[in-house]
Design a protein around this ligand. Structure first.
Ligand SMILES: Nc1ncnc2c1ncn2[C@@H]1O[C@H](COP(=O)(O)OP(=O)(O)OP(=O)(O)O)[C@@H](O)[C@H]1O
Ligand SMILES: [Mg+2]
Length: 355
């Protein structure tokens, strides 16, 4: 199997197991984004693939070869970190050329590769400058350029954009995507930013406490989160999760204090899946009292409580909302997500019927 394959990779530091059995297949040329909360093991996973740490067990294969025990320098992998360290006394050109000089590539070949990468990254006019004469975004581009010129078999990115401001982050992530597509280099990209994960990933791997919670295309993860941890991580603002009941006819009710009939569930409702008024067909009526309005640009976020007492948020078009007064909203039945309250796992492939 070509590409990158992780086979039951585990890693413990002392008695703490940080990665608990990771299976992953990254196809040749594919970009998989690893996303998860701080401390869930994302950087550790990249460091294992780069060879900076050894797994406690399991295998890592690249383009069909077992590289688990191979020296980092012999893996032909390029890594870009959050805190890129450029050589301050060297020009941009020399920073990008350094790895190729070490490999004793011919001078003309080095120059050609650096110039090609600089053009792709729009830093050709900066090749003569020193790092201190560059903005943060330009420096990050040089760091990416340094990885790109090597034409490695695999790119590893560990939160390369997190030190940049929001606007630059958005434009840089578009550039990284274009570049990765154009070069066709298999890539693993770590972030805790769900927007970055959604826009960059051919597929997303959600890690939760060192375990893979879900692996799939971004829209599939958004549409069918495998458990409550994924549901809360992917989606902005996060999905509302409310205690409720699923009866034998597949109908869903929110818990109102009295004991319901059927099976207890957690009902997941995305703030953007809520509409005003009552449903035409099947849908869950939500009696909601907003107490704050947060502008989000084209939309607003209403934050408040349902009549059941549960905290709730609604993302909707701006209008004059009477804060503190009850409003009727609803969520169409096919937009409801159901989870087991014990395990947090998603329930049932079929959409539930709401009442
Ligand atoms: N060398 C080490 N020795 C001991 N524990 C470590 C070591 N490296 C990482 N850990 C622990 O492993 C866990 C995972 O760390 P890791 O850096 O992989 O998390 P992360 O998902 O990258 O987090 P962040 O989003 O904050 O960067 C953490 O609890 C961390 O404290
Ligand atoms: Mg990290």
């Amino acid at each position: 199997m070509a590409g990158l394959v992780l086979d039951q990779v585990r890693k413990s530091f002392g008695r703490t197991e940080v990665l608990r059995g990771i299976d992953l297949d990254v196809a040749p040329g594919e970009m998989v984004v690893v996303v998860g909360a701080s401390g869930c093991g994302k950087s550790t996973l990249l460091r294992l693939v780069a060879g900076l740490e050894q797994p406690s067990s399991g295998r890592i294969m690249l383009d069909g070869e077992d590289i688990t025990a191979r020296d980092p320098a012999a893996r032909d992998i390029a890594m870009v970190f959050q805190h890129y360290a450029l050589y301050p006394h060297m020009s941009v050109f020399d920073n990008m050329a350094y790895g190729l000089k070490v490999r004793r590539l011919p001078r003309a070949e080095i120059a050609a590769r650096v110039e090609e990468a600089a053009q792709m990254l729009h830093i050709s006019p900066l090749l003569g400058r020193k790092p201190r004469e560059l903005s943060g975004g330009q420096r990050q581009r040089v760091a990416i350029g340094r990885a790109v010129v090597r034409k490695p078999r695999l790119f590893l990115f560990d939160e390369p954009l997190s030190s940049l401001d929001a606007r630059l982050r958005t434009s840089m992530r578009a550039e990284i995507k274009r570049l990765q597509r154009r070069l066709g280099v298999t890539s693993l990209y770590v972030t805790h930013d769900q927007h970055e994960a959604m826009s960059l990933g051919d597929r997303i791997l959600v890690l939760n406490e060192g375990r893979p919670a879900q692996l799939g295309p971004p829209m599939e993860i958004y549409a069918r989160p495998a458990d409550t941890a994924v549901a809360e991580l992917i989606g902005d603002p996060p999905m509302n999760l409310l205690p409720g009941w699923l009866d034998a006819n597949g109908r869903v009710r929110l818990e109102t204090g009295d004991t319901g009939h059927g099976r207890p569930v957690l009902v997941g409702i995305r703030p953007e899946d809520v509409a005003g008024g009552h449903p035409d067909g099947d849908g869950l009526v939500l009696r909601f009292t907003p107490d704050t309005v947060e502008p989000m640009g084209a939309e607003v976020l209403l934050v408040g409580r349902l009549d059941t007492g549960a905290a709730f948020s609604v993302r909707t078009l701006p209008a004059s909302f009477a804060l503190g007064s009850r409003l009727d909203f609803h969520c169409p039945a096919q937009r409801l997500h159901l989870f087991d309250p014990g395990s947090g796992q998603r329930i049932g492939p079929a959409g539930p019927v709401a009442r």
